[in-house]
Design a protein. Structure first.
Lengths: 713, 713
């Protein structure tokens, strides 16, 4: 893997000696729990306990201070009251230890006094060049080293191939217990706590380098530096799958926004765009997180979306077919040879079409032989085997017979077990053999869908983030236009005048219909003759945002008289609607009266930076919500993805009497706007609405545009 | 309950004596399984075994024929090879038995020969007035009678309050085992098999009358008589909740359709509309089916959607909040008194705002006291208690302390247990006490959502199906117009000419813009003057369905010359596009050029009859899919529901510069079209697209309409 591993983090993952500061002999104290878990974990390095009271604990001496601890020691686990932590850290630094886990709570999570303590800890750590995990965390477990610095009640997780990194400490105990109960092991568990130093992104990179870890799961409550996370995760996911459960979905505060893009671009849209860019699979529940993790850890990737279903009953086969199709997978069409082979192997009443129904009396031998036949069909990319409590054989017997054949396969095979107690033996066999088993076909189908998604991503993800690069943008020209405006207008956060927006778009090669400002009715008529009829008139005012509602827009004026009267009407409407507004005149614009309407917008997300939106334009953007988001800058493939995932984009291929639209032109506009938003973070919102996409070869035009400077420019 | 119970079904539910025909002494035979289960079920009535071989079985004699069986006997369970079943049925009839369960397979499910055997069975049953369950079914279980006629391997279900009716036999064994494993009992289990006589609707009504049954769950593969099902289920759901899992979602064949409505109205839309009308809750997985069933069986209904979450950790509280909001529930805003009481009961660092976080060290006493305080808040309608493996107390201890308080509450309380083995003791306590517990907060949230949905339905469901009735439709007039056309046009399945459609709409009080047929250009100009400019011209041809694509439509003609030239252009376009089409002339129509565009359509669903669609109109209906469906006829409330569940409908309340539209007018059109579709099942598709809804008080007009006669008229 080409990710550089930060050497200062090594002591967290491979310490030579660990000191538990605050180790306690009282079994009800967390300081006892940490000492017990570490001592029982089988950790092969040195283990030291520190407590001013001294004495012995778990057959080891307790040193009164960290200064007394002998070598080797390069990691401290601190579990003392919050007010003593900073001082303890200083002693840790003086002892020459450069890595500490602060398990103690009582910091930011308790209010301003705790937050101050936390800042003091960070200051001391910086002074002594100590890397910190926590505070307010459970600690970490590494089952292969092995190593356990947590105070969680035993038993800990069994060794396995799934890493779990978590912002929530509370979920850790539940996940360990759940994983044991579900029969799969963990490689690492890292509780990140308040993350004053080491963050999810740091540990993601470090854990990805661990050869025991096949899949990384994340429980996230937010991300501090979204762009760094995306860069790192994108590199990690080229090699190992990452699944994230992001909570706090509905609790994100609403910002004040003044565009459709701003209104639609919540934190969730940005997270989805970030996960897509990074190749991170998003789970919605803890169950999905681990249902999917075990499939990704234990199965080869499928070559495509065609699934064969093998069952001994019709009903569950239909359920499986439903679930597969609802996840975008398909029932494989079996080859005639496959059906003939099944026909020969099964009783005459069996159904040899997919889903293959062997009937209730199916034997273990028939399960095995049918699975072999299905796996031999090159059109079958993966198989779901459904196993209700069979009336004839025990489910356990069928499981035992199937397992070697599943191992031998280079295609994923997942098991849907129906029932609970009568299938328990089969469950145990499959778990021990690392064959993913699920209760009922729906969960098995979702696991196959994730395997297929991962396989597609691996096939598609060959290139760099932004390919091909845009070479003909002129950021200097845009910078000059923006600076000139800001010099003249001062610092009030504001919508940019149309001329400035137009300059920005021109500098980035985004076509707009020709437009000019008229200050008198005669000037307007002259301009209309120059630009060409029909024209639109729009009030030129930095203070009137919703021009249509203010009576500030007239469309489709086909002759000079209409322009002359329109000029007067707009000025009078504007005065009536917004008496205090500054009105600079009226824009005259050549109208593009045909082509498909879409919207392209961009906002700056507080966590992930510039995000581009594409979708159905017009005034009903927010009602229809036919939009999709992408982190900017946007690659050619990502822009095409925005088109594919919206009706507005799919329609561009041609619809009813609409000819195919100029896809290349709109893809260019999406990418150019993304580049503009990335180059100018001070533009908090930019929106082209509508963009009219003309028929193939005729281009696309941003018919209206607005842009706004953020408060933080 | 006001449902009449069919007395001929009584022997299935309360037999006085049962004969097992095909009872076998060989333990591998299904005929042994049936005998064993019945004998061991504790059935208190008479049990008789029949087999020509005679002998004894399970301490009872085996009679050679059914004729030999002594009284009492009023139910036969037949488990003999398929070819002998009809003959056996005849003997059953001659013995005076009027109810039989055919467990044998080998009928329709195996092909045409089996289907013929099935028909013969039905014929014999009718001749002898025998009611039949099956064939190809597992049989039935009634845990309270008790009674078990199945051959499924023991143990059977524990007695409980959830009934399970299934089209799939295979799922039955899995469900019994799953239910045992999940710790809840069943009242009835009925496997319906091929349903040649008794169907899901019959058993639904019968089971609903059982006092032991609190919730009815259905596993459906299809419904024969959709309207009868809806009528019955609607009556049942007034008293007891019904949850259905409908499989075969994606397997329904596509019919040939010629309208947007037809294209969008798949079987799934009709099922959803039917379940909504009937008050049946639709589950997507077996897990949901029973997750929800236990909440409905064991909890009181909440008075509203405001939920309090009680947890001892922040992360799971956030997850719960996410899950609740994604299900349309809300975090209750706690009263100041509530927060003060919590503040007094909990440590200072605890969070007393909802979600209430008691912190990791929360005791059983704090769980109990906090729950009591939350339940006392009148703004809290239900509570989710989250229980990770607590570091201090055992989860089992917390469970034991909570249970009496949950029992005493008149609000629903559901438990989210996090983990697996460490919470097992708590799981057992909650199950034994009939307190719904779920793994992780997401599933608990979905259960609360279903309780809330059920409560809302119970509050809303006061009136009759169609209220108020439409009193001013003129079906006779519509019938006359349709008959006249059919007499003239013959029997070819066809689109109706515009005049006929217009007559139908007029007879049902659906307003259309005034229109007339012109056969010459001069006539067109005269008509335009009469109707008022602007006008639209449309080709009049029964053979040209997509008029716009054929160049057969001109809009917005504002003066006579344009009408004259337009007439010629349309005829020439039509000739070019469809040389073979019959062209009757050109319609001249006054244009309604303003108002919001919507679509209202209706199709005849093969299972549920007339179904109405409402949503976003225009040409992009299918791309946008902003549509919703309702069974026809449509009540005032249901029509309002169609508006509420689509963007097209919500927009009618006013949007940006659009004034509020005439809701009453569009509600009227939806209801009138529904009545038309219900009164004329021979109209396979009717579509008003667009309907223009003018501002309040100004009406709504079907600007274009098409209707088609079905093949089955």
């Amino acid at each position: 893997m080409s990710l550089p591993i930060d050497p200062t983090l090594r002591p967290f993952f491979d310490p030579t000696g660990i000191a538990v500061i605050g180790a306690s002999t009282a079994p009800t104290k967390l300081g006892f729990g940490v000492a017990r878990n570490l001592a029982q974990s089988g950790y092969p390095g040195a283990i030291h306990f520190v407590n001013p009271r001294g004495g012995r604990l778990l057959e080891r001496p307790i040193y009164p201070t960290i200064a007394d601890v002998p070598d080797p020691v390069d990691l401290a686990v601190i579990i003392v009251p919050a007010p003593q932590v900073a001082e303890t850290l200083a002693a840790v630094g003086r002892r020459g230890i450069r890595a500490a886990i602060i398990a103690s709570g009582g910091f930011r999570e308790t209010g301003p006094a705790g937050a101050a303590l936390e800042q003091e800890c960070l200051r001391v750590a910086r002074e002594h060049a100590i890397r910190l995990i926590g505070p307010n965390c459970v600690g970490l477990i590494n089952t292969h080293r092995p190593l356990d610095t947590t105070f969680l009640p035993p038993p800990g997780p069994t060794p396995g191939d799934v890493a779990f990194l978590s912002h929530s400490g509370a979920i850790c105990a539940a996940v360990i217990d759940w994983a044991r109960g579900q029969g799969f092991g963990l490689s690492h568990l890292i509780s990140l706590g308040n993350q004053i130093d080491v963050r999810e992104t740091d540990t993601l990179a470090a854990v990805a380098a661990d050869p025991h870890t096949k899949v990384i799961t994340l429980y996230l409550e937010g991300i501090d530096d979204g762009r760094r996370f995306v860069r790192t995760a994108r590199e990690v996911t080229r090699h190992k799958p990452v699944i994230a459960l992001k909570v706090g979905r509905y609790s994100s505060g609403r910002r004040a926004v003044a565009s459709h893009t701003g209104a639609l671009a919540g934190a969730e849209s940005a997270f989805n765009a970030a996960f897509r860019r990074a190749g991170v699979i998003r789970a919605n529940t803890v169950e999905e997180l681990f249902d999917w993790a075990k499939a990704l850890a234990w199965c080869p990737l499928p070559a495509g979306p065609e699934v064969a279903v093998l069952t001994n009953a019709g009903g569950p086969g239909v359920t499986a077919a439903d679930a597969l199709e609802s996840h975008g997978l398909r029932l494989a069409a079996l080859r005639p040879e496959t059906e003939a082979a099944l026909r020969a192997a099964l009783p005459p009443d069996a159904s040899v079409r997919n889903p293959v129904d062997m009937l209730a009396a199916a034997t273990a031998g028939q399960y095995v032989e049918s699975l072999r036949i299905l796996l031999d069909d090159p059109g079958v990319h993966s198989v779901m085997v459904i196993l209700p409590p069979p009336p004839m054989e025990s489910a356990g017997g069928v499981a035992r017979a199937l397992i070697p054949n599943i191992f031998a396969a280079n295609k994923p095979v997942v098991i849907a077990l129906m029932g609970e107690r009568m299938i328990q033996e089969a469950v145990e066999y499959f778990r021990a053999a690392h064959v993913p088993e699920y209760r009922f076909p729906e969960r098995a189908a979702s696991a196959l869908a994730v395997l297929t998604e991962r396989a597609e991503r691996m096939r598609a993800d060959a290139g760099d983030i932004v390919r091909p690069p845009l070479t003909d943008t002129r950021p200097d020209e845009a910078r000059a236009a923006l600076d000139a405006y800001r010099a003249a207008a001062g610092d009030a956060a504001d919508f940019l005048p149309y001329e400035v927006v137009d300059s920005l778009l021109a500098a980035y090669g985004i076509p707009t219909p020709r437009v000019a400002l008229a200050t008198t009715a005669d000037e307007a008529v002259d301009l209309a003759w120059q630009l060409g009829f029909p024209v639109a008139l729009k009030v030129a005012s930095p203070d009137i945002v919703h021009k249509t509602e203010a009576g500030g827009v007239l469309l489709n004026l086909v002759e000079p008289d209409a322009v002359e009267q329109g000029f007067a009407a707009i000025l009078s409407n504007a005065r009536a609607a917004a008496p205090a507004a500054r009105v600079d005149g009226v824009y005259v614009q050549r109208m593009i009266t045909f082509g498909q309407e879409v919207i392209v917008g961009a906002v700056q997300d507080p966590q992930f930076g510039p995000v581009v939106m594409f979708g159905s334009g017009g005034v009903e953007v927010e009602g229809l919500r036919d939009v999709e988001f992408c982190l900017a800058p946007v690659s050619e493939g990502e822009a095409a993805g925005l088109l594919a995932s919206t009706w507005a984009g799919r329609r561009l291929a041609g619809f009813r009497n609409l000819p195919p639209a100029d896809r290349a032109a709109i893809l260019g506009i999406i990418r150019r706007l993304g580049q503009l938003a990335a180059d100018f973070p001070e533009l908090s919102e930019i929106e082209l609405n509508p963009v009219r996409v003309l028929p193939e070869g005729q281009g696309a035009y941003a018919v209206d545009a607005r842009a706004r400077l953020g408060d933080d420019r």
